[in-house]
Design a protein around this ligand. Sequence first.
Ligand code: GDP
Ligand code: ZN
Length: 319
Amino acid sequence: MASRRLSLQQKQRIKSAQESVDLENAAHFQGTVLAHYGGEVEVEPDNDRLNTLSCKFRTNLGTIVCGDQVVYQVKNREPAIISILPRFNLLQRQDGFGQIKSVAANITQLIICLAVEPSPNLFLLDQYLVSAEQQDLNVIILLNKIDLLETQDPDPFFLNSIYGSLDYQILEVSVKNGINIDKLQALCKGHTNVISGVSGVGKSSITKAILPDLEIAIGEISDANKEGRHTTRTSRLYHLPAGGRLIDTPGIRGFNPVLDSQQPLSHGFREIRKTANGCKFSNCKHLNEPKCAVRAAVETGSITTSRYEHYVKLLEGQN
Ligand code: GDP
Ligand code: ZN
């Protein structure tokens, strides 16, 4: 690429950006973004977590989201964010107009909430899993409302047979009867968690069960008061009383996963990614190519047909 001479203004901008990440500088501090409201960002200082700060920010920094690690300085008692530290991931969702919105950064675990009623949609589950693999997130597949199970079948939705065998963690819970909520709390420890899933599976109830101090509307209540704060609240990072962190927002709770089209889709399917090493062609898409190890594995049943079909459906959607 041809090098261009920098204008004085550009040089100054680069110099100030470099100064901003000088953590040796005693006037610079690090913190975590708890929430972003319009023109102000609430930051939890790393060295003083109880005294959160309302910070201004430089407009040239780009979008600051909940979970970001930032550097800030305090001048004339006014704290201001001067840089965002590199993110290891960024959770995005599509809004109702198809626009991609950044919602949270530096997440480590996605809790995919399913329920006995409304029953699991395995295509949506696979989309969440692709998104989680692409963002390098740990996953908990949660099956809520097991109090409603009427069958003696130990695996009525094939979650254990399909996803357990792929080494995904599956946990059956009932918020109503308090079943396995302690196990969920234990699994959240040490992670920055996000809960997601379709409406009605019990995400608000689960959030409330693991974060009792949070005021959120559940089910019927939120339907009765659609204008309430439940629908307008912004993303927020909370510390869970039993350990770990939770980033909560109604917007993320029901997010449509945004898949990264720059990464091969097969990377989002663990068993396809692994099996693809045996395909004749390194760029095999596992559709009609000869000597495809993935299709052979579908034939023998070692790759589940529904998983392969969802892969093909998503691949076709990308073209
Ligand atoms: P969200 O839309 O995913 O946030 O779901 P909500 O938390 O609002 O719950 C939807 C409905 O499911 C409400 O009527 C809850 O009372 C109910 N619900 C939540 N958890 C359970 C559960 O474990 N068992 C049963 N039977 N109902 C539940
Ligand atoms: Zn192949």
